[in-house]
Design a protein around this ligand. Structure first.
Ligand SMILES: Cc1ncc(COP(=O)(O)O)c(C=O)c1O
Length: 394
Protein backbone atom coordinates (compact mmCIF):
# COMPACT_ATOMS: atom_id res chain seq x y z
CA UNK A 1 0.00 0.00 0.00
CA UNK A 2 1.27 3.47 -0.84
CA UNK A 3 1.18 5.33 2.45
CA UNK A 4 2.14 8.96 2.93
CA UNK A 5 5.86 9.67 3.26
CA UNK A 6 5.36 11.32 6.65
CA UNK A 7 3.89 8.18 8.20
CA UNK A 8 6.55 6.01 6.57
CA UNK A 9 9.21 8.12 8.31
CA UNK A 10 8.13 6.85 11.73
CA UNK A 11 7.79 3.43 13.33
CA UNK A 12 5.55 1.98 15.99
CA UNK A 13 6.78 2.80 19.49
CA UNK A 14 9.18 -0.02 20.52
CA UNK A 15 7.88 0.16 24.07
CA UNK A 16 4.36 -0.44 22.75
CA UNK A 17 5.70 -3.42 20.75
CA UNK A 18 7.27 -4.96 23.88
CA UNK A 19 4.09 -4.46 25.88
CA UNK A 20 2.06 -6.13 23.12
CA UNK A 21 4.35 -9.20 23.12
CA UNK A 22 4.14 -9.38 26.92
CA UNK A 23 0.34 -9.06 26.83
CA UNK A 24 0.13 -12.08 24.52
CA UNK A 25 2.06 -14.19 27.04
CA UNK A 26 0.03 -12.86 29.95
CA UNK A 27 -3.18 -13.85 28.14
CA UNK A 28 -1.79 -17.40 27.97
CA UNK A 29 -1.45 -17.36 31.75
CA UNK A 30 2.35 -16.94 31.80
CA UNK A 31 3.78 -15.56 35.07
CA UNK A 32 5.66 -12.47 33.89
CA UNK A 33 8.34 -10.51 35.72
CA UNK A 34 7.14 -7.29 34.20
CA UNK A 35 9.66 -4.46 34.09
CA UNK A 36 8.00 -3.04 30.98
CA UNK A 37 5.34 -0.56 32.05
CA UNK A 38 6.00 3.15 31.88
CA UNK A 39 3.22 3.79 34.35
CA UNK A 40 2.61 3.82 38.09
CA UNK A 41 1.29 0.55 39.52
CA UNK A 42 -0.82 2.60 41.96
CA UNK A 43 -4.53 3.27 41.43
CA UNK A 44 -5.78 6.74 40.56
CA UNK A 45 -6.52 8.38 43.96
CA UNK A 46 -10.09 8.03 45.09
CA UNK A 47 -10.99 11.71 45.21
CA UNK A 48 -10.03 11.95 41.52
CA UNK A 49 -12.13 8.91 40.65
CA UNK A 50 -15.07 10.40 42.53
CA UNK A 51 -14.76 13.70 40.64
CA UNK A 52 -15.03 11.79 37.35
CA UNK A 53 -18.16 9.96 38.51
CA UNK A 54 -19.67 13.26 39.62
CA UNK A 55 -18.83 14.84 36.24
CA UNK A 56 -20.58 11.99 34.50
CA UNK A 57 -23.66 12.24 36.72
CA UNK A 58 -23.80 16.02 36.33
CA UNK A 59 -23.87 15.67 32.55
CA UNK A 60 -20.37 16.89 31.68
CA UNK A 61 -20.38 14.56 28.73
CA UNK A 62 -20.46 17.04 25.86
CA UNK A 63 -17.82 18.84 23.81
CA UNK A 64 -15.79 21.31 25.81
CA UNK A 65 -13.72 24.20 24.45
CA UNK A 66 -10.90 22.76 22.31
CA UNK A 67 -8.20 24.04 24.67
CA UNK A 68 -9.91 22.54 27.72
CA UNK A 69 -12.44 23.87 30.24
CA UNK A 70 -11.55 27.26 31.66
CA UNK A 71 -11.35 26.11 35.31
CA UNK A 72 -8.86 23.39 34.38
CA UNK A 73 -6.61 25.72 32.37
CA UNK A 74 -6.69 28.08 35.33
CA UNK A 75 -5.94 25.23 37.76
CA UNK A 76 -2.95 24.11 35.66
CA UNK A 77 -1.48 27.63 35.72
CA UNK A 78 -2.08 27.95 39.48
CA UNK A 79 -0.76 24.45 40.28
CA UNK A 80 2.36 25.03 38.22
CA UNK A 81 2.90 28.39 39.90
CA UNK A 82 2.47 26.83 43.37
CA UNK A 83 4.71 23.83 42.64
CA UNK A 84 7.48 25.59 40.73
CA UNK A 85 7.04 29.36 40.99
CA UNK A 86 6.08 29.95 37.35
CA UNK A 87 3.67 32.65 36.18
CA UNK A 88 1.54 31.51 33.26
CA UNK A 89 -1.91 32.87 32.40
CA UNK A 90 -4.80 30.92 30.85
CA UNK A 91 -4.11 32.04 27.21
CA UNK A 92 -0.61 30.54 27.64
CA UNK A 93 -2.02 27.11 28.53
CA UNK A 94 -3.60 24.31 26.53
CA UNK A 95 -4.98 21.02 27.86
CA UNK A 96 -4.12 18.09 25.63
CA UNK A 97 -4.78 14.36 25.34
CA UNK A 98 -1.79 13.45 27.50
CA UNK A 99 1.66 15.01 27.60
CA UNK A 100 2.58 13.12 24.44
CA UNK A 101 -0.10 14.99 22.51
CA UNK A 102 1.14 18.32 23.88
CA UNK A 103 4.69 17.55 22.72
CA UNK A 104 3.48 16.35 19.33
CA UNK A 105 1.40 19.49 18.77
CA UNK A 106 4.25 21.76 19.90
CA UNK A 107 6.72 20.07 17.52
CA UNK A 108 4.21 20.16 14.65
CA UNK A 109 3.61 23.85 15.32
CA UNK A 110 7.31 24.79 15.37
CA UNK A 111 9.33 22.49 13.12
CA UNK A 112 9.65 22.47 9.34
CA UNK A 113 11.59 20.30 6.90
CA UNK A 114 15.24 21.36 7.07
CA UNK A 115 15.12 22.21 10.77
CA UNK A 116 17.11 20.25 13.33
CA UNK A 117 15.90 19.33 16.81
CA UNK A 118 18.42 18.28 19.46
CA UNK A 119 17.43 15.15 21.34
CA UNK A 120 19.71 14.18 24.25
CA UNK A 121 20.40 10.43 24.33
CA UNK A 122 19.34 8.18 25.93
CA UNK A 123 16.03 9.67 24.80
CA UNK A 124 12.37 8.86 25.24
CA UNK A 125 11.51 6.74 22.21
CA UNK A 126 8.86 9.09 20.86
CA UNK A 127 10.97 12.25 20.45
CA UNK A 128 12.95 11.30 17.31
CA UNK A 129 9.88 9.90 15.57
CA UNK A 130 7.76 12.93 16.40
CA UNK A 131 10.50 15.20 15.03
CA UNK A 132 10.78 13.06 11.91
CA UNK A 133 7.04 13.21 11.38
CA UNK A 134 7.26 17.00 11.06
CA UNK A 135 9.93 16.64 8.34
CA UNK A 136 12.68 18.02 10.57
CA UNK A 137 15.78 16.04 11.58
CA UNK A 138 16.34 14.72 15.11
CA UNK A 139 19.97 15.15 16.18
CA UNK A 140 21.01 12.94 19.10
CA UNK A 141 23.21 14.56 21.75
CA UNK A 142 25.08 11.83 23.58
CA UNK A 143 25.32 12.07 27.36
CA UNK A 144 27.82 10.06 29.42
CA UNK A 145 27.08 7.15 31.73
CA UNK A 146 30.13 8.24 33.74
CA UNK A 147 28.30 11.53 34.37
CA UNK A 148 25.03 9.79 35.26
CA UNK A 149 23.61 10.58 31.77
CA UNK A 150 23.12 14.20 32.87
CA UNK A 151 22.89 16.64 29.98
CA UNK A 152 25.61 19.30 30.00
CA UNK A 153 25.46 22.77 28.44
CA UNK A 154 28.70 22.21 26.51
CA UNK A 155 27.23 19.06 24.91
CA UNK A 156 24.30 21.16 23.70
CA UNK A 157 26.64 23.94 22.50
CA UNK A 158 28.66 21.51 20.42
CA UNK A 159 25.60 20.05 18.71
CA UNK A 160 24.10 23.37 17.59
CA UNK A 161 24.19 24.23 13.88
CA UNK A 162 22.58 27.13 11.97
CA UNK A 163 19.62 24.79 11.40
CA UNK A 164 18.96 23.99 15.06
CA UNK A 165 15.48 25.15 16.01
CA UNK A 166 14.75 23.34 19.24
CA UNK A 167 16.15 21.26 22.10
CA UNK A 168 14.13 18.74 24.08
CA UNK A 169 15.11 18.18 27.71
CA UNK A 170 13.46 15.48 29.80
CA UNK A 171 14.49 15.70 33.43
CA UNK A 172 14.02 13.32 35.23
CA UNK A 173 14.65 11.20 32.19
CA UNK A 174 12.91 8.25 30.73
CA UNK A 175 14.82 5.91 30.33
CA UNK A 176 17.91 6.81 32.40
CA UNK A 177 16.32 8.50 35.40
CA UNK A 178 18.96 11.25 35.07
CA UNK A 179 18.12 14.57 36.66
CA UNK A 180 19.75 17.66 35.16
CA UNK A 181 21.09 19.74 38.09
CA UNK A 182 19.20 23.03 38.22
CA UNK A 183 22.34 25.18 37.76
CA UNK A 184 23.26 23.16 34.66
CA UNK A 185 19.69 23.44 33.40
CA UNK A 186 19.99 27.21 33.60
CA UNK A 187 23.27 27.08 31.64
CA UNK A 188 21.59 24.92 28.98
CA UNK A 189 18.78 27.45 28.77
CA UNK A 190 21.31 30.31 28.40
CA UNK A 191 22.95 28.49 25.50
CA UNK A 192 19.56 28.10 23.80
CA UNK A 193 18.52 31.69 24.45
CA UNK A 194 21.76 33.06 23.05
CA UNK A 195 21.17 31.14 19.81
CA UNK A 196 17.42 31.79 19.73
CA UNK A 197 16.62 28.09 20.06
CA UNK A 198 13.43 26.80 21.68
CA UNK A 199 13.84 24.64 24.76
CA UNK A 200 11.04 22.15 25.24
CA UNK A 201 11.13 20.89 28.80
CA UNK A 202 9.24 17.65 29.33
CA UNK A 203 8.25 17.67 33.02
CA UNK A 204 6.33 14.42 32.91
CA UNK A 205 8.34 12.91 35.83
CA UNK A 206 8.94 16.21 37.68
CA UNK A 207 7.65 14.99 41.05
CA UNK A 208 9.60 11.73 41.12
CA UNK A 209 13.04 12.84 42.29
CA UNK A 210 15.03 11.18 45.06
CA UNK A 211 17.36 12.19 47.85
CA UNK A 212 17.98 15.89 48.12
CA UNK A 213 16.57 16.68 44.68
CA UNK A 214 13.45 18.84 44.57
CA UNK A 215 11.01 19.20 41.66
CA UNK A 216 12.38 21.94 39.42
CA UNK A 217 11.05 23.83 36.42
CA UNK A 218 12.96 26.22 34.21
CA UNK A 219 9.75 28.25 34.14
CA UNK A 220 10.50 29.31 37.72
CA UNK A 221 13.21 31.59 36.38
CA UNK A 222 12.05 35.08 35.44
CA UNK A 223 12.50 35.85 31.77
CA UNK A 224 12.60 32.29 30.45
CA UNK A 225 9.05 32.33 29.09
CA UNK A 226 9.74 33.53 25.51
CA UNK A 227 12.13 30.64 24.81
CA UNK A 228 10.63 27.66 26.58
CA UNK A 229 7.74 25.26 26.18
CA UNK A 230 6.68 23.35 29.29
CA UNK A 231 5.08 19.99 28.54
CA UNK A 232 3.36 18.46 31.54
CA UNK A 233 1.30 15.39 32.27
CA UNK A 234 -1.03 14.12 34.96
CA UNK A 235 -0.26 10.54 33.92
CA UNK A 236 2.59 9.74 36.29
CA UNK A 237 2.18 12.36 39.05
CA UNK A 238 -1.43 11.38 39.76
CA UNK A 239 -1.37 7.78 38.47
CA UNK A 240 -3.70 8.77 35.64
CA UNK A 241 -2.08 7.26 32.54
CA UNK A 242 -5.34 5.99 31.06
CA UNK A 243 -7.22 9.24 31.54
CA UNK A 244 -5.11 11.02 28.93
CA UNK A 245 -4.64 14.50 30.32
CA UNK A 246 -1.56 16.61 29.74
CA UNK A 247 -0.84 20.24 29.03
CA UNK A 248 1.53 22.75 27.54
CA UNK A 249 2.55 26.16 28.87
CA UNK A 250 4.16 28.44 26.33
CA UNK A 251 3.97 31.90 24.75
CA UNK A 252 0.45 32.71 23.56
CA UNK A 253 1.10 32.62 19.77
CA UNK A 254 2.47 29.09 20.05
CA UNK A 255 -0.40 27.97 22.30
CA UNK A 256 -2.86 29.46 19.77
CA UNK A 257 -1.21 27.44 16.99
CA UNK A 258 -1.42 24.29 19.10
CA UNK A 259 -5.11 24.94 19.83
CA UNK A 260 -5.70 25.45 16.07
CA UNK A 261 -4.06 22.08 15.37
CA UNK A 262 -6.06 20.45 18.16
CA UNK A 263 -9.28 22.01 16.79
CA UNK A 264 -8.70 20.25 13.46
CA UNK A 265 -7.65 16.91 14.90
CA UNK A 266 -8.64 15.64 18.36
CA UNK A 267 -10.80 18.56 19.54
CA UNK A 268 -10.99 18.69 23.35
CA UNK A 269 -9.54 16.05 25.69
CA UNK A 270 -12.31 13.86 27.20
CA UNK A 271 -14.69 16.03 29.23
CA UNK A 272 -14.92 13.62 32.18
CA UNK A 273 -11.14 13.25 32.38
CA UNK A 274 -10.82 17.04 32.47
CA UNK A 275 -13.03 17.23 35.58
CA UNK A 276 -10.98 14.45 37.16
CA UNK A 277 -7.81 16.41 36.34
CA UNK A 278 -9.30 19.51 37.94
CA UNK A 279 -9.83 17.53 41.16
CA UNK A 280 -6.26 16.21 40.95
CA UNK A 281 -4.69 19.65 40.63
CA UNK A 282 -6.82 21.33 43.26
CA UNK A 283 -6.89 18.45 45.76
CA UNK A 284 -4.43 16.86 48.21
CA UNK A 285 -1.11 15.60 46.90
CA UNK A 286 -0.29 13.12 49.66
CA UNK A 287 -0.55 10.18 47.23
CA UNK A 288 2.42 11.62 45.32
CA UNK A 289 4.56 11.45 48.47
CA UNK A 290 3.35 7.89 49.16
CA UNK A 291 4.30 6.77 45.65
CA UNK A 292 7.66 8.51 45.84
CA UNK A 293 8.52 6.81 49.11
CA UNK A 294 7.69 3.41 47.67
CA UNK A 295 9.60 4.07 44.42
CA UNK A 296 12.55 5.15 46.51
CA UNK A 297 12.58 1.79 48.34
CA UNK A 298 12.30 -0.10 45.07
CA UNK A 299 15.03 1.97 43.43
CA UNK A 300 17.44 1.05 46.18
CA UNK A 301 16.62 -2.66 45.88
CA UNK A 302 16.77 -2.89 42.09
CA UNK A 303 19.99 -0.90 41.74
CA UNK A 304 21.71 -3.00 44.43
CA UNK A 305 20.39 -6.21 42.83
CA UNK A 306 21.55 -5.23 39.35
CA UNK A 307 24.98 -4.19 40.58
CA UNK A 308 25.42 -7.60 42.19
CA UNK A 309 24.98 -9.43 38.85
CA UNK A 310 28.35 -10.16 37.22
CA UNK A 311 28.92 -8.11 34.06
CA UNK A 312 26.16 -5.61 34.87
CA UNK A 313 26.75 -2.01 35.91
CA UNK A 314 24.06 0.49 36.83
CA UNK A 315 24.09 4.24 37.29
CA UNK A 316 21.91 5.35 40.21
CA UNK A 317 18.83 7.03 38.73
CA UNK A 318 18.11 10.42 40.32
CA UNK A 319 14.44 10.37 39.36
CA UNK A 320 11.53 8.72 37.48
CA UNK A 321 11.00 4.97 38.02
CA UNK A 322 13.43 3.33 35.62
CA UNK A 323 16.76 1.57 36.09
CA UNK A 324 19.01 1.62 33.03
CA UNK A 325 21.75 -0.96 33.52
CA UNK A 326 24.63 -1.56 31.13
CA UNK A 327 24.61 -5.19 29.99
CA UNK A 328 27.05 -4.84 27.08
CA UNK A 329 29.36 -7.43 28.64
CA UNK A 330 26.69 -10.04 27.96
CA UNK A 331 26.23 -9.27 24.27
CA UNK A 332 27.70 -11.49 21.54
CA UNK A 333 27.41 -15.26 21.25
CA UNK A 334 23.96 -15.26 19.64
CA UNK A 335 22.81 -12.06 21.33
CA UNK A 336 23.53 -9.38 18.76
CA UNK A 337 22.09 -6.36 20.54
CA UNK A 338 19.83 -5.42 23.44
CA UNK A 339 16.68 -5.71 21.32
CA UNK A 340 17.57 -9.39 20.80
CA UNK A 341 18.57 -9.70 24.45
CA UNK A 342 15.15 -8.43 25.60
CA UNK A 343 13.44 -10.79 23.16
CA UNK A 344 15.33 -13.73 24.64
CA UNK A 345 14.69 -12.52 28.20
CA UNK A 346 10.97 -12.51 27.43
CA UNK A 347 11.01 -15.93 25.73
CA UNK A 348 13.29 -17.76 28.18
CA UNK A 349 12.69 -16.05 31.51
CA UNK A 350 9.35 -14.33 30.88
CA UNK A 351 10.96 -11.09 31.91
CA UNK A 352 9.71 -7.92 30.25
CA UNK A 353 12.28 -5.17 29.54
CA UNK A 354 13.07 -2.74 26.74
CA UNK A 355 16.37 -2.70 24.81
CA UNK A 356 18.54 0.41 24.94
CA UNK A 357 18.80 0.52 21.14
CA UNK A 358 15.31 2.01 21.12
CA UNK A 359 16.54 4.87 23.33
CA UNK A 360 19.64 5.60 21.24
CA UNK A 361 22.02 3.84 23.64
CA UNK A 362 23.03 0.31 22.61
CA UNK A 363 24.32 -1.89 25.42
CA UNK A 364 21.65 -0.90 27.96
CA UNK A 365 18.22 -2.17 28.93
CA UNK A 366 15.40 -0.30 30.61
CA UNK A 367 13.71 -1.84 33.63
CA UNK A 368 10.71 -0.07 35.09
CA UNK A 369 10.47 -0.50 38.84
CA UNK A 370 6.84 0.54 38.93
CA UNK A 371 6.16 -2.92 40.27
CA UNK A 372 6.17 -4.50 43.74
CA UNK A 373 9.34 -5.36 45.68
CA UNK A 374 8.39 -9.05 45.43
CA UNK A 375 8.24 -8.87 41.67
CA UNK A 376 11.52 -6.95 41.62
CA UNK A 377 13.15 -9.76 43.64
CA UNK A 378 11.71 -12.36 41.28
CA UNK A 379 12.83 -10.40 38.22
CA UNK A 380 16.36 -10.00 39.57
CA UNK A 381 16.55 -13.78 40.12
CA UNK A 382 15.45 -14.41 36.54
CA UNK A 383 17.89 -11.88 35.16
CA UNK A 384 20.77 -13.38 37.09
CA UNK A 385 19.82 -16.88 35.94
CA UNK A 386 19.59 -15.77 32.31
CA UNK A 387 23.02 -14.16 32.32
CA UNK A 388 24.58 -17.11 34.17
CA UNK A 389 23.17 -19.53 31.59
CA UNK A 390 24.27 -17.32 28.69
CA UNK A 391 27.79 -17.13 30.16
CA UNK A 392 27.92 -20.93 30.68
CA UNK A 393 26.99 -21.39 27.01
CA UNK A 394 29.86 -19.22 25.79
C1 LIG B 1 9.38 11.19 28.90
C2 LIG B 1 7.92 11.10 28.69
N1 LIG B 1 7.28 12.18 28.26
C3 LIG B 1 5.96 12.18 28.04
C4 LIG B 1 5.23 11.04 28.25
C5 LIG B 1 3.77 11.11 27.93
O1 LIG B 1 2.91 10.74 28.89
P1 LIG B 1 1.36 10.97 28.70
O2 LIG B 1 1.06 11.13 27.24
O3 LIG B 1 0.72 9.77 29.27
O4 LIG B 1 1.03 12.23 29.43
C6 LIG B 1 5.84 9.88 28.70
C7 LIG B 1 5.09 8.63 28.89
O5 LIG B 1 5.61 7.56 29.05
C8 LIG B 1 7.23 9.91 28.93
O6 LIG B 1 7.89 8.84 29.39
Amino acid sequence: MQLAARVNRISISPTAAVLAAAEKLRAQGVDLADFGPGEPDFPTPEHIQRAAIRALQEGHTKYTPTAGIGPLREAICKWHAAQFGSSYAVPECVVSVGGKHAIFNALCSLLDAGDEALVPAPYWVSYPDMVQYTGATPVPVMTEASDGFRLRAEQVSRAITPRTKLLIVNSPSNPSGAVVPSDEFVKIYEVCRAKNIWLLTDECYSHFVYGDEKPFSLASLPGTKPNIIVAGSLSKTFAMTGWRVGYALAPEPLISAMIKLQSQSTSNPTSIAQYAALAALTGPMDTVATMLEEYSRRRKRIVAGLRSIPGVTCVEPGGAFYAFPNVAAHLGNGISDTTELCKQLLERQHLVSVGGDAFGTPGYIRLSYATSIDRIEEGLRRLEKFFAMAEAAR
